[in-house]
Design a binder for this molecule. Structure first.
Ligand code: GLP
Length: 241
């Protein structure tokens, strides 16, 4: 695994945006796997900046997001659809029909999992999957558990994850209890993975993910099995390595 530790969040965001931008310039038809959460916000801001400067175009890019809350319609203020529109999609030339997320408001969630899985298979593989990490070691919404599911599935969110994500909702009670998520198998099928972590809250999860045993108790530890993972950390997230 390729591990880079940056002196500041700004340097990390520049490096990550540079990696993504470089890939898209080399392969304008790249398939990108996108993540939500606070971690990638600065990276998306730089991609928007570079698009506005004419340095990058998403015209022929396809994107797949990792996950979405069950029960939130796409236009809900805390949905991942809304997050992606606000931070990236509304500001670049990515065609709206090339930006894919699972539909958390689908009436038949099992059918929606199958649809999303088939779409990734048809349009993939994902060239670069961007990943954050939960402080409990989750990736996407694959929570620590005795068993993990490989494909797109419905998951019950850990209480710690609901608490961590409550900041995006008006009332902590409003955080959905379930989500649709790509499974660890879907993630590991990406050609390359960019794992990003910031802050001391992530230091222990990063230590377990990169240096600990491979275990479903820390879903991110499965990334040790992937041949092309780049890990970009700020100093706090990397302090236990
Ligand atoms: C969320 C998302 C993950 C994300 C993680 C960390 O719950 N489902 O994809 O990587 O938690 O979020 P943050 O970047 O806000 O710390």
């Amino acid at each position: 695994m390729n591990i880079h530790i940056y002196e500041s969040e700004e340097l990390l965001d520049e490096a990550a945006a540079g990696l993504i931008g470089g890939l898209v310039r080399l392969n304008p038809r790249a398939v990108l796997g996108l993540a939500t959460g606070s971690t990638p916000v600065g990276i998306y801001r730089r991609l928007v900046r570079d698009y506005r400067a004419g340095l990058i175009s998403f015209r022929d890019v396809t994107t797949f997001n990792l996950d979405e809350y069950v029960g939130l319609p796409a236009d809900h203020p805390a949905s991942y659809h809304t997050f992606m529109r606000e931070h990236l999609f509304d500001h670049v030339d990515l065609p709206s029909d090339a930006a894919h997320l699972p539909n958390g408001a689908a009436a038949d969630l099992d059918a929606e999992c199958r649809r999303y899985e088939a779409l990734i298979e048809a349009k993939g593989p994902i060239d670069l999957q961007i990943l954050g990490i939960g402080s409990n070691g989750h990736i996407a919404f694959n929570e620590p558990a005795p068993e993990l599911v490989p494909g797109v599935h419905v998951v019950e969110l850990a209480e710690s994850t609901r608490r961590a994500n409550a900041r995006f909702f008006d009332d902590p009670q409003d955080v959905p209890k379930h989500a649709l998520t790509m499974g660890v198998g879907s993630i590991l099928q990406a050609r390359a993975i960019l794992l990003v972590a910031k802050g001391k809250d992530k230091a222990e999860a990063i230590r377990r993910a990169l240096k600990g045993p491979i275990t479903t108790d820390c879903p991110a530890s499965l990334l040790q099995l992937h041949p092309r993972v780049v890990c970009m950390l700020d100093q706090e997230a990397g302090e236990l390595l």
